[in-house]
Design a protein around this ligand. Structure first.
Ligand code: ZN
Length: 346
């Protein structure tokens, strides 16, 4: 089968021909139709510090995908059938740790991520533990392919109390834009979105942000305080990982408010713990992956009911041969979500 691999401990990705994966007793094999390209794939392609410390080539990259079941392991039972359209949670956990057994599988210490720690989804076929697989129902494989990053946004937003609240989203990459849409769908009274890229702010507006703040032109804290009668917002979603945004996020949260951290800073970030966290009584929440599998069911219901539509964020589609163009498009900052066509258009 054709696959996109990291072959060497050096920059670049290669289109290769490798054997189709075997179907384990508790696995299903999925023919991948569409896959999402993500910042993580960019880090792996560029072979940055993080990639050097984590990735062990050769490995098939890619972790966001959807497709059709073509093979079912002997011990899977009758939960799935051949030809069924599915996606899958890309974090694979042992199921035996305290976390996995108490509804916190998303922070399980045994987590292996497809396309990072084991072979991933930029390939014509992928074998997945059946317990990680989610039926798509009427959802398309294009949309199914981005349920992983959408799930990050659902996890970020829905673990806060949203109905009637004010929400600030800092960083409007695809997950930030999804977060704007989820906050609107969940009944936020007012959603603020901030970024330094005008194209991304436009997408945040398309997803329903009431106020888009260009941080190259105005101070986020001033604007948010202006708009909230100096109260601050109920919920901050920090999606950028930028040290300045992290500090601004803590400042913009109202006393008693909540700050959800998803953006990953490259280095340590100094914050004013006394004034900006303790005396304000803030709740800080670190967002890892998607809750297994609560987030998936919430997300499916929001999408199927039409409450949430991610389509404006999908800006580009490339055939898998053009992975380098896909990566270049993401680097340009002009893209929302970029999709790879792997096995046709079904
Ligand atoms: Zn991703």
């Amino acid at each position: 089968m054709r696959a996109i691999q990291k072959l060497e401990r050096a920059p670049g990705l290669k289109l290769t021909d490798i054997p189709k994966p075997d179907c384990g007793l508790t696995d299903v094999v999925i023919q991948v139709k569409h896959a999402g390209v993500c910042g993580t794939d960019l880090h792996i392609a560029d072979w940055d510090e993080w990639a050097q410390s984590r990735i062990k080539p050769p490995i098939v990259v890619g972790h966001e995908f959807a497709g059709e079941i073509v093979e079912i392991g002997q011990d899977v039972g009758d939960a799935f059938h051949i030809g069924q359209r599915v996606t899958a949670e890309g974090h694979i956990v042992s199921g035996h740790t305290r976390q996995s057994r108490t509804g916190q599988g998303h922070v399980c210490p045994t987590t292996q991520i497809i396309g990072v720690d084991r072979d991933g989804a930029f390939a014509e076929f992928i074998a997945m533990p059946a317990s990680n697989v989610m039926r798509l129902g009427d959802i398309s494989t294009v949309m199914g392919a981005i349920m992983d990053p959408m799930g990050n946004a659902f996890h970020t937003v829905l673990t806060a109390e949203i109905p009637g609240s004010t929400v600030l989203v800092l960083g409007c990459g695809p997950i930030g834009c999804f977060a704007v849409g989820v906050a609107r769908a969940a009944g936020a009274a007012r959603v603020f979105a901030a970024d330094l890229n005008p194209r991304r702010l436009e997408l945040a507006g398309d997803m329903g942000a009431h106020v888009c703040i260009d941080v190259t032109r105005e101070d986020v804290v001033h604007r948010v305080m202006d708009e909230t009668k100096s109260e601050g917002v109920d919920v901050v979603c920090e999606m950028s990982g930028h040290p300045v945004a992290i500090r601004q996020g803590l400042e913009c949260a109202r006393p008693g408010g909540r700050v959800q951290f998803l953006g990953i800073p490259q280095h340590e970030v100094p914050i004013r713990v006394a004034n900006d966290v303790i005396f304000k009584g803030l709740t800080l929440y670190g967002v890892v992956g998607r809750k297994m599998f609560e987030t998936w069911y919430q997300m499916r219901s929001f999408i199927e009911s039409g409450l949430f539509d991610p389509s404006p964020v999908i800006t580009h589609t490339f055939p898998m041969e053009q992975i380098d163009d896909a990566l270049r498009t993401i680097r340009s900052g002009e893209a929302g979500k970029v999709i790879l066509e792997i096995g046709g258009t079904a």
